[in-house]
Design a protein around this ligand. Structure first.
Ligand SMILES: C[S@@+](CC[C@H](N)C(=O)[O-])C[C@H]1O[C@@H](n2cnc3c(N)ncnc32)[C@H](O)[C@@H]1O
Ligand SMILES: O=C(O)C(=O)C[C@]1(C(=O)O)C=C[C@@H](O)C=C1
Length: 236
């Protein structure tokens, strides 16, 4: 795995993008930046094992290098499921296809807002909704809900915000301490913070739960939270 040192240089002054530079270090970047990332992948596998239905489709929307796509595939083994990963970054998709060339999964280069969701039993949005235009988020969740079979689930993991300004500040400080503990310097942390401004828009857990309810999900539980990162299971 290539070590992420991309913010030791001044890059992304137009804002963070999933370009070649990010793709080349992405596995290291996400595991050193997102508290609980490995656990979200373990639970995607466990939840796929529990909820993947025979002959259904499983979608990993915003699949990056296919880590959750493979978790879906492992969890649903033997059930004749079609596992589909979707990402709109050509650099990411190209690398993902290389890495998963021997796997029985389909990787599409497409905007997830244009992805047809049908006959689905498990849909994953693992740290992806945060990059979607806030105005489009409700439409996307409604679309996913419509494409799920009865008994199907959505796994939604996100960086989150807090209504209370002091709490928000404390949680961001804790996250940044996590990043420094994983070897990022103060300068790398601050350059990435600037690059992500107006690109990654976090929302509160209350907003996410409200939106899931409005989209038609019958129940939703936050199963994981560490600092300003959380993951929710929503049931159709
Ligand atoms: C933080 S990464 C996701 C990590 C990945 N789900 C995992 O578990 O390893 C966000 C991904 O979402 C993709 N993305 C962002 N907006 C998208 C969109 N509108 N359509 C498709 N992919 C999108 C990015 O290209 C990037 O690869
Ligand atoms: O590094 C941060 O501050 C993050 O917010 C982490 C985060 C994410 O949550 O998606 C941001 C961009 C990269 O995709 C990897 C991780």
């Amino acid at each position: 795995m290539k070590h992420d040192a991309i913010y030791t240089e001044a890059i992304h002054d137009q804002g963070f993008t999933f370009d070649d530079k990010v793709v080349s270090v992405f596995a290291d970047m996400i595991s050193r930046s997102v508290p609980g990332y490995a656990q979200t992948l373990q639970m995607v596998e466990l939840l796929a094992h529990r909820y993947a239905q025979q002959d259904s489709n499983l979608f990993d929307l915003g699949c990056s290098l296919g880590a959750a796509t493979m978790a879906l595939s492992r969890g649903s083994a033997g059930r004749a499921c079609r596992v589909i990963g979707v990402d709109n970054s050509p650099a990411m998709v190209s690398r993902c296809r290389q890495m998963l060339c021997d796997e029985a999964v389909e990787i599409r280069c497409q905007d997830i807002l244009d992805t047809e969701i049908d006959n689905a039993s498990v849909v994953v949005l693992n740290f992806v909704l945060q990059f979607i235009d806030v105005q489009q988020r409700q439409i996307l969740l409604e679309h996913i809900h419509r494409g799920l079979r009865p008994g199907g689930i959505l796994i939604l993991s996100e960086k989150i915000a807090f209504t209370d300004a002091e709490e928000n500040k404390r949680q961001i400080e804790l996250h940044e301490a996590f990043k420094r503990a994983h070897g990022y310097s103060e300068l790398e942390v601050s350059r990435k913070r600037t690059a992500l401004e107006n690109v990654l828009i976090p929302e509160t857990l209350t907003t996410h739960h409200q939106r899931l309810g409005d989209a038609g999900f019958s129940a939703a539980s936050t199963w994981f939270q560490c600092f300003n990162f959380a993951s929710i299971i929503a049931w159709k």
